[in-house]
Design a protein around this ligand. Structure first.
Ligand code: TXA
Ligand code: MG
Length: 319
């Protein structure tokens, strides 16, 4: 965990340039969108995105929204056709996230989508989010900039709150004052071709229905919090059976190594949990492509190891 103090960047050309440079170097930076402050990292750099999870202290991986400078950039990452394109034209830039099929050649790190074949895309309208996206030329993975289990921050002071904030855990916060919308983006996905409201947010469902010309299906929220629609999703899991805490491969297994356990593939030869988190979904997919049962070396249950073990336990659960 970085112990260095978190820089507060001013909302001017110099602050924007500093934020863009830090992001290009693989650091995490909190910045304002019109909904809430997001914690940004380069979506094509798995190690940088792993730092988001490290800073937030999340015990599980959840797919992250990829923020793009405009619709053309978003369309190079996910497939924007039909209703998704109509909604993008109507509401971007703005507080709307669209969950669409991920393009295979998008170069987005597996940890961003938590291994799914879909991606959440948003073009934010906020002047500073736009400026950082433009200046950096990056697509930015950004969950809300709160510690795990806390509510979303709408000021830079919330982001740095000594009680449950991210001070000392992230490189910088770009201080753009209060977020004008103050609630998260509305999230729309499609199931069997039908548009589904996955999370209510900054754009009213009625306004979306007016563009679509028909009612939205509502995701059954159950006991879930509106902050974590990802919990409603089926998670990526390998087709092959998965055996955990393996010290060595049994005959006919692909062994995924970590630290002292050398495998056919490795999460991190040096036993670095951030490197392992960054590689987890890509390595699982690669192992699954080999068509053999998968064995995984023990991963320590601390820091990012909690989220890694949570995901491995799901992958190993009987299906
Ligand atoms: O307003 C917002 O949406 C803010 C700002 C920073 O953009 N971001 C935000 O991110 O609220 P987060 O991570 O707190 O919530 C994003 C939600 C997650 O719960 C996740 O489940 C869902 O979006 N999501 C992202 N990608 C998805 C995907 N491929 N499929 C389904 N849900 C997805
Ligand atoms: Mg959140």
């Amino acid at each position: 965990m970085p112990a260095a103090p978190t820089l507060t960047l001013r909302p001017d050309a110099q602050g924007i340039a500093s934020a863009a440079r830090l992001l290009a170097d693989g650091a995490t930076v909190a910045l304002p969108t019109e909904t809430v402050y997001g914690l940004a990292a380069n979506a094509r750099d798995g190690a940088a995105v792993a730092r988001i999870y490290q800073a937030k202290g999340r015990p599980a991986f959840n797919p992250l929204i990829v923020h793009c400078v405009d619709m053309a950039a978003a369309g190079r990452i996910g497939v924007l056709g039909g209703e998704a394109e109509a909604l993008a034209r109507a509401f971007w830039p703005g507080p709307l996230t669209l969950v669409v099929p991920l393009r295979a050649d998008a170069g987005i790190a597996g940890i961003v989508t938590a291994g799914l074949d879909s991606v959440g895309l948003r073009v934010p309208a906020h002047r500073l989010a736009q400026a950082v996206l433009r200046e950096s030329g990056l697509a930015l993975a950004m969950p809300s900039a709160n510690a795990s289990g806390r509510i979303s921050p709408t000021t830079a002071a919330h982001v740095l709150d000594p009680d449950g904030g991210l001070a000392g855990r992230i490189a910088a916060v770009l201080d753009g004052g209060a977020c004008p919308v103050g609630v998260e983006s509305t999230i729309i996905g499609w199931r069997d071709g039908a548009a589904v409201l996955l999370r209510p947010g900054g754009i009213a469902a009625e306004d979306i229905e007016a563009v679509l010309g028909h009612p939205l299906a509502r995701a059954a929220m159950g006991g879930d919090t509106p902050d974590s629609p990802g919990q409603l999703l089926s998670h990526y899991a390998p087709a092959a059976p998965v055996r955990l805490d393996a010290q060595e491969a049994q005959a006919g297994e692909t062994l995924i190594g970590f630290g002292p356990v050398a495998g056919d593939l490795t999460l991190s030869a040096s036993g670095d949990l951030a490197e392992a988190a960054a590689r987890l979904f890509d390595v699982l997919r690669e192992a699954d492509r080999r068509g053999l049962p998968i064995a995984v070396a023990p991963i320590p249950a601390q820091g990012l190891g909690l989220a890694i073990n949570d995901r491995l336990a799901r992958a190993a659960a009987p299906r």
